[in-house]
Design a protein around this ligand. Structure first.
Ligand code: SAM
Length: 360
């Protein structure tokens, strides 16, 4: 995790620059050509997945290799491998040295299994047949406004994932990488230490709570999630040296939420649910929280500025997989208000996540 947290304003300025560069990038071609580029933009993504499946970055971890040796290590046809690498190198992934040997560069190194923030699992997950199939059915979801998973698999998104342990493992690796990229930034952008007891609702195995408590030495934590999930929490909390300050409670937030918190944190939880279910969770938080307690939703917020951003695409992923959604600031305000909370502010961070603060 980075020690220095960049200010949210700097990140916003860089996004502004990237938005205009993207605009320029597209306008430098006639519309049909620019559109064709977008239509085939799934190809580079799948080529990255192929590199992850072949284990090219791991094979280059100890240093550059000539084509034949690399091909032998990853069990590939040398000519086909050189064509894959040529395409990826054109997109800034891997490099070919003057002596002809292939080597890692910074983007390619993220595909190493042992990278500090490894994206190998994410590449394997996003490019899997399972995941791609869902996206081929996006039009169905847009017609119905519902997830395609129940019609496709006969089960809801999370239940279905539990039936596919290997795919679920890749999903969890993807979530871990995303958390590694954002946790320090979120925790560095909001002063959680003003709250004595912090309840992390749907807190997984406690990565966020551990990061919060590491920066808030006087605070105590309660980790709340489903029994199968919190089973793995004690080890992780011990590793982070906060186990002595965390009480683990298992249960479903649709039944109840533990009382006694000064602050209730829900990170990437509300976006998993359609409005009626999200409201049920927040009402249970309201029932548990004493007067004046704070609720902190850590979520992306959708804007109407016409700009590209992960929130727009994750929103479609939520629709496809769970019939859920990313929300605008007004949608969060209304949802919180219906549950009995008053939204006080949205604290942006240098990551796509914001801390949406409300009081009871
Ligand atoms: C997208 S994950 C977010 C996890 C964690 N807050 C984070 O940001 O890394 C959603 C979490 O909600 C939990 N969850 C799903 N249904 C739940 C339920 N009925 N009761 C409690 N937790 C639940 C999941 O187990 C998972 O840990």
């Amino acid at each position: 995790m980075p020690d220095i947290v960049p200010p949210a304003g700097l990140a916003r300025a860089l996004q502004w620059v990237r938005h205009h560069l993207l605009w320029l990038h597209q306008r430098l071609l006639p519309a049909p050509m620019a559109m064709m580029e977008l239509i085939v933009s799934g190809w580079p993504a799948q080529a990255i997945t192929a590199a992850a499946q072949l284990g090219i970055a791991d094979a280059l971890a100890d240093g550059p290799l000539p084509l034949d040796e690399l091909a032998a290590r990853v069990d590939a046809d040398p000519d086909a491998l050189s064509r894959l690498l040529r395409a990826l190198i054109g997109r800034g992934i891997f490099r070919r040295r003057r002596d002809g040997r292939y080597a890692l560069n910074s983007l390619a190194a993220t595909l190493r299994s042992d990278a500090p923030i490894s994206l190998k699992g994410a590449a394997l997950f996003q490019g899997s047949a399972e995941q791609r199939e869902r996206w081929t059915l996006l039009a169905d979801s847009v017609r119905s406004g519902e997830s395609i998973v129940p019609a496709l698999r006969g089960k809801d998104g999370f239940d279905y994932l539990a039936d596919l342990p290997e795919h679920a493992d890749l999903f969890n690796q993807t979530m871990t990488s995303l958390a590694q990229m954002t946790l320090a930034v979120v925790v560095g952008s909001y002063d959680f230490g003003t709250h004595r007891t912090i309840v992390d609702v749907g807190g997984g195995q406690g990565a966020m709570l551990a990061a919060i408590l590491a920066k808030a030495p006087a605070s105590q934590g309660i980790l709340y999630d489903l029994p199968t999930v919190v089973a793995g929490a004690p080890r992780m909390l011990q590793q982070k040296n906060v186990a002595g300050r965390v009480r683990i409670i298992e249960g479903s937030f649709f039944d109840m939420v533990p009382p006694g918190g000064d602050a209730y944190v829900l990170k990437n939880v509300i976006h998993d649910w359609p409005d009626a279910k999200a409201l049920q969770i927040l009402r249970n938080v309201r029932a548990a929280a004493g007067p004046g307690a704070t609720v902190l939703l850590v979520e992306m917020v959708v804007g109407d500025n016409g700009r590209d951003g992960p929130q727009n695409w994750v929103d479609l992923e939520m629709l496809l997989n769970l019939g859920a959604r990313e929300r605008t600031a007004d949608e969060y305000r209304n949802l919180l208000s219906a549950a009995g909370f008053r939204m006080t502010r949205i604290v942006p961070t240098a990551s796509p996540l914001n801390v949406i603060e409300a009081v009871g």
